[in-house]
Design a protein around this ligand. Sequence first.
Ligand code: GLC
Length: 555
Amino acid sequence: MTDVNSAPAHVLAARGGDPDWWRQAVVYQIYPRSFADGDGDGIGDLAGIISRVGHLAELGVDAVWMSPFYPSALADGGYDVDDYRDVDPRIGTLDQFDELVEALHARGIRLIIDLVPNHSSDRHEWFQAALAAKAGSPERDRFIFRDGQGEDGELPPSDWRSLFGGPAWTRVPDGQWYLHIFAKEQPDWNWANPEVRADFLRTLAFWGDRGVDGFRVDVANALSKRLPEVLPSQEDLADETLYAVGDHWLWDRDDVHDIYAEWRTLFNKYDPPLMAVAEAWVPAERRIRYADAAGLGQAFNFDLLRADWDPEQFRTIISDNLALAEPSGSSATWVFSNHDVVRHATRYGLAGGGDGNDWLLSRGTKPVEDRDLGARRSRAVTLLALALPGSTYLYQGEELGLPEVATIPDEARQDVVFFRKGGIEMGRDGCRVPLPWTEHGTSFGFGPNGAHLPQPAWFAEYAADVQDKSPDSTLNLYRRALGLRRKLQTAGTLEWLMTDSTVVAFRRPNGWVSMTNFGTEPTALPEGELLVTSGPLNDGNVLPPDTTVWLRTVE
Ligand code: GLC
């Protein structure tokens, strides 16, 4: 690592701040290729983000999490990284990256970047070197190469399936096979190789020294693998018993945390320490290991991505996650939308709930999306989550109440999931359509030219400039809520109220009360100062269905 104190002045100024800044932060996820396009090539870029820092500041977010912006052939939307220490030329330059850090820090906004350590891309210099080298070479040992089965090694080393469909092994010209648990363009790193470990430490320091405040760690539960001579079968992989004891071949192994302990030592050399949040799809009781202060420090809880419009589910998810955050010394996290799932403004407008995949497969026809209901309920649950202790992660466009786009023609689709699993899954393009900034103009103000995924005509009504002018818009609701939250956020505890009703209600220590009506009848509001409401109250003293209100009550 280079000398931390040689960082630029604005980096040092932003540093030295509160080491706990992330514990109750509102973090806004930018999927850079779809946020704002500065140079008119139809692909969002750093210049576009820099031009919209004012939007982020006005929204009132504490931090930005930027999805991959590295050079990439986009086999998986940028999660196939050619070079971990550079910027995709279509997205910008390292100088512009520095400018972005400076612009965000100048507005008091931190920056978390996506790190993809489980796999690189097949264009990564080291993978190319592995291909050029022989079987058994040090170059191949950085990835997971094996001889095949069968007389001439013509069969893959095991029958494993990739998570994106198709086999998890791909053969190279000299006959060996390499492992990729995602697309074939995403070869898995061999984390047992010390060079791989050292190179990632270099990458972390490279960005730490450039001023980033933390990392979102992609597929954090897969880095460490146990690969015996005789590999288990796909069926064996489903064995739950090994998961439970942290000794599965591929997933959530206990020893993955040795890697994160090394990272933590590096993170703690910065002042304040760099933060990290794990993407780890593991059972809740195992998630806390990722959130441990001796490791990454925080982990996503994805329970709300699957939560139906059901008060009991919400109460359980909230209590369980608050309870789980405690022993790890971390804080809880709340997420309704991200770049991998159907936007929650749509999910809550689909009768029967679910993840929206069947609706996507029907090209958005079955069930019929009820946009008004989706808007009411998504606004209500977001306001609820913003009143909870812990960090809330927002996904770009949700502040506009943007629904999912289900009508992207097949020939315009980009997601590997659609190509490899089409027919079963439509993929994630519908939540990655470039944002509408203006009602009029080419690509609704996304950029001076077109957009890399087609935007529907109805994007006009969701445009930021339309919502800016309307006091009751979703954008202004988010702004109000984030502003209030900043003032009200207090010790990370809550007291449940009205626990056996269809109203989910709780009080924070300073008398801040959040109430969400999941029922079908209006319910009486307690006495108190009305702070913000997710929808009209009509009669001042009752809370209508599908609505959240924040009040300040006298204890
Ligand atoms: C994570 C990312 C997802 C990506 C996958 C493989 O789940 O969120 O977008 O496809 O990892 O890198």
